[in-house]
Design a protein around this ligand. Structure first.
Ligand code: FRU
Length: 440
């Protein structure tokens, strides 16, 4: 079985969203959207990897694959919960009304319908794809609160007195919408309420994830077509403080939102609770091109989500931070899983990492990947954090195809997919820098 360190990557061919992320019976299980046959998106399966420390991942057999009418054309994203020792997975089944005759993995004119399904397992490894699937929410008919085609990505959680599910969908006039369902037993689900977004905040909401923190409720979601600058990708993962009232399933949104990551590559992030009770998040880093033509899709370093004074922080998970503890002099001495550079940046200073540039102008940190992103000029090349309030300390995690910049311990994060890093570190920094890698 293929193994990964730090960043979970496609074990060949294609992966997208993290799915069913859960700490269950002493292991972290990460499922993911998977097309096993080519390094492109296609009929979705759920791939599966496990880890005991969120750092070392071991890929498993495919967990879910199409078997039923409802999921004939794909097992789309969803989530996991545990109840009385069993693992329950919820996901969206896709059924095409017609398929492209030359490529059955595509659906002409989006003529398809979506239903929500459940499957459970007693050990987290074996799933009865033939007998074990139940449709818990059928596809939306006339007058239903959601769209027949675009309703998906069930995220289930335990509330005070019941189980809750949130789904992403859209309104008839092209705004994002959330649907809330409630269940006493994880089997019977009743629709309770919806919450609509404003015009301009995307026209369909993917992958909602709601949770509570000590600093209040948080919603992570991925509105489609929220960016209107003509560059890829127009769909972006955002987050905001929200209030959720369980009895009536009423969600109140804040006016302001943050991007989960200001590198604009991260998408469809999902959270769970780790062994010590932290809220941990992992997101999919989108790639415009398969690496060596062989694999596409890499996941972020696990990040801890915290809220302080209304601001949402994404900190490097301590398991990941602790493991980069071996001080080295140059990147050549690093473990093949990469290295971390720590530094403080004065105004106008900069650092180059194999052709990827990071610099400071006033109260913002900027990044430029134009030398290390091939000919993908239809994508964004320059990035910037919002105005910083807590200083200019950078912890930069460098892997061959991913650079993640944590500013001020997660006040903001800016991460970019890169190709062809070449050359070492070029620093114009009064305070210098330190490099760390993993223990051998
Ligand atoms: C987000 C998404 C989800 C969907 C899945 C299909 O990237 O479009 O909404 O369930 O990917 O692979």
């Amino acid at each position: 079985m293929k193994r990964d360190k730090i960043h979970l990557k496609a074990p060949g061919n294609w992966i997208n969203d993290p799915n069913g992320f859960i700490y269950y019976k002493g292991r972290y299980h990460m499922f993911y959207q998977r097309f096993p046959y080519a390094p492109v998106w296609g009929t979705m399966h759920w791939g599966h990897a496990v880890s005991t420390d969120l750092i070392h991942w071991e890929h498993q057999e495919i967990a879910l694959f199409p078997t039923k009418y409802e999921d004939q054309n794909g097992c789309f994203s969803g989530s996991a919960v545990e109840c009385e020792g069993r693992m329950y997975l919820y996901y969206t089944g896709i059924h095409y009304h017609q398929a492209d005759r030359d490529n059955i993995h595509f659906c002409p004119d989006d003529e398809y319908e979506a239903s929500q399904l459940m499957i459970s397992s007693g050990d987290g490894f074996s799933f009865d794809n033939f007998q074990g699937k139940t449709v818990v929410i059928p596809s939306m008919g006339e007058g239903a609160p959601g769209d027949r085609t675009d309703t998906r990505d069930p995220k289930v959680w335990r509330g005070k007195e019941a189980w809750y599910m949130v789904l992403g969908t859209k309104t008839g006039d092209g705004r994002g919408r959330l649907l809330f369902y409630k269940s006493p037993d994880l089997q019977d689900w009743t629709y309770v309420n919806s919450a609509d977004g404003n015009r301009g905040l995307g026209d369909m909401w993917e992958c909602p994830d709601y949770f509570e923190t000590d600093g209040g409720g948080v919603l992570l979601f991925s509105p489609m077509r929220i960016m209107r600058d003509g560059k890829k990708d127009a769909s972006q993962n955002i987050c905001m403080r929200v209030d959720f009232e369980e009895e009536t399933c009423t969600m109140r949104f804040s006016d302001a939102y943050q991007f989960v990551d200001y590198g604009m590559d991260l998408y469809a992030a999902q959270t769970t609770v780790d062994a010590e009770g932290r809220r941990v998040m992992i997101g999919w880093m989108r790639m415009p091109e398969a690496v060596d033509g062989k694999w596409s899709g890499i996941f972020s370093i696990p990040r801890v989500v915290e809220v302080k004074d209304g601001h949402i922080y994404f900190r490097v998970h301590p398991y990941a931070d602790n493991i980069f503890s071996r001080k080295i002099d140059s990147p050549e001495e690093a473990d093949d899983a990469g290295y971390k550079i720590s530094l403080d940046m004065e105004d106008t200073e900069s650092v180059g990492i194999g052709g990827y540039w990071i610099f400071r102008r006033g109260c913002h940190i900027f990044a430029d990947r134009s030398n290390v992103f091939g000919a993908h000029t239809d994508y964004r090349m320059q990035f910037m954090t919002p105005e910083l309030r807590e200083g200019y300390h950078l912890d930069i995690y460098v892997d061959r195809n991913l650079i993640e910049i944590f500013v001020n311990q997660g006040e903001y994060v800016l991460s970019n997919v890169v190709y062809d890093l070449a050359g070492g570190i070029q620093a114009d920094l009064a305070g210098g820098y330190e490099i760390y890698t993993m223990e051998a």
